[in-house]
Design a protein around this ligand. Structure first.
Ligand code: NDP
Ligand code: MG
Length: 382
């Protein structure tokens, strides 16, 4: 029986993770759950999974839940998340959205816990801090992101063999094939309609700008210790090939499956085993009969180009890209800036960035804070 701490239990990945726990009660139990503002759902999850600890974003929500659930300890805010990340368990599942996931990942590793990592922002901003720390502490970082789970699976059994390229697949999002003129006019409602995946709002907008793929290139760079030059993005609209690895002899190993996040989540939870499920594989005579591939158009989707530039520049550039992007996505969703303003402002901020020296947690958080302030200030100038 594995005890899980689930950070972000009320989100898209969090609720799918609990679906897996629900179906595999003899394998998993939940020790801690955390939410942001969806207190009603957290309350139902406490009822069902009886964790020892539950965490809300706001103090008043924690106080209200404490009255309702006397057997669960309640905590709140950033300190609450860190307490959850450090609490006794067999694995921390980090399904938080955004950079707020970095400090909990750091603390989970410091406490010696394996981490199933959905929170890609942890590695985008903190890869150079987190990867050596995980090695030093001897903890496993198991990717939940479907592409990274695929690459991880393709590399298994191939340790020490020379990799020529990582082939990172992308659906292309809702605006695949659009021109710049068309992109200039898209609305949040259109951007929130992803063709293949149902996800949280932030990652859905990132998929529409293709920043999600940019963040994933950076995530892959750290997880698999490959330079960005060896990572190639393939637009694959059917989302059946989840990514692949090309080896030095020209052989390619890929991982396929239906677009269902419960597959990579359960792979991470059960590693090194696999959990049995009733879900079918791809329908090769139906939805998966035709698998197609295209080169991404980085002149139209410039966020992808900016992400490659940020990781090549290294240091704190990806921190700026990530933090500013979070703010700009919020502003776009609130109708305050247009779709193309996201990449325009990111381009300006990266050009102006003066790399910071330190790379410890506090340094990264300080660069992130400044990037957020700068992004807001630039947006006001539009
Ligand atoms: P969601 O927005 O659906 O969920 C985010 C979680 O974070 C929710 O539990 C939310 O709580 C919580 N949260 C938000 N604000 C706060 C806060 N201030 N304090 C504490 N907790 C907070 O995101 P997703 O599940 O889509 O994504 C999570 C991560 O997984 C992201 O890094 C994403 O890139 C990655 N990912 C997601 C995929 C997907 O299919 N969804 C696929 C691959 C990667 P609440 O709702 O209660 O406010
Ligand atoms: Mg992904």
């Amino acid at each position: 029986m594995k005890t899980l701490t689930l950070l972000g239990s009320t989100g898209s990945i969090g609720t799918q993770c609990l679906d897996i726990v629900r179906k595999n009660r003899e394998e998993y139990r939940v020790g801690a759950l955390t939410c942001g503002s969806n207190v009603e759902l957290l309350s139902r999850q406490i009822e069902e999974f009886a964790p020892e600890l539950a965490v809300t974003a706001r103090a008043e929500d924690a106080a209200a839940l404490a009255k309702k659930h006397p057997r669960t300890q309640l905590a709140w805010g950033r300190d609450g998340l860190i307490a959850a990340a450090r609490a006794d368990c067999d694995m921390v599942v980090n399904a938080l959205m955004g950079l707020r996931g970095l400090a909990p990942t750091y603390n989970a590793i410091m406490a010696g816990h394996d981490v199933a990592l959905a929170n890609k922002e942890t590695l985008v901003a903190g890869g150079q801090l987190i990867m050596p720390l995980a090695r030093e502490r001897g903890v496993r970082l198991l990717p939940v992101d479907s592409e990274h789970s695929a690459i991880f699976q393709c590399l298994e059994g191939n340790e020490g063999r020379q990799v020529r390229k990582i082939l990172l697949t992308a659906s292309g999002g809702p605006f695949r094939g659009f021109s710049r003129a068309q992109l200039a006019k898209v609305t949040p409602a259109q951007a929130l309609k992803h063709p293949n995946w149902s996800m949280g709002q932030k990652i859905t907008i990132d998929s529409a700008t293709m920043m999600n793929k940019g963040l994933e290139v950076i995530e892959a760079r750290w997880l698999f210790d490959v330079p960005a030059e060896k990572i190639e993005v393939l637009v694959h609209p059917q989302s059946i090939l989840h990514s692949a690895v090309e080896f030095c002899d020209g052989a390619v190993i890929g991982q396929l499956g239906r677009p269902d996040m419960r597959i990579p989540i359960s792979f991470a939870l059960a590693y090194p085993k696999r959990l049995a499920s009733d879900e079918p594989g791809p329908d090769f005579f139906g939805a998966a009969a035709q698998l197609t591939f295209e080169k991404p158009d980085t002149e139209v989707f410039r966020c992808l180009k900016l992400a490659f530039a940020a990781i090549k520049a290294g240091g704190t550039y990806p921190v700026v890209l990530n933090g500013a992007n979070e703010v700009l996505v919020e502003l776009f969703l609130a109708g305050k800036i247009g779709f193309l303003a996201i990449e325009e402002i990111l381009d300006r901020l990266l050009a102006k960035h003066v790399p910071a020296e330190g790379t410890d947690l506090a340094d990264i958080l300080a660069v992130d804070e400044k990037a957020r302030r700068d992004a807001r200030a630039e947006a006001l100038l539009l």
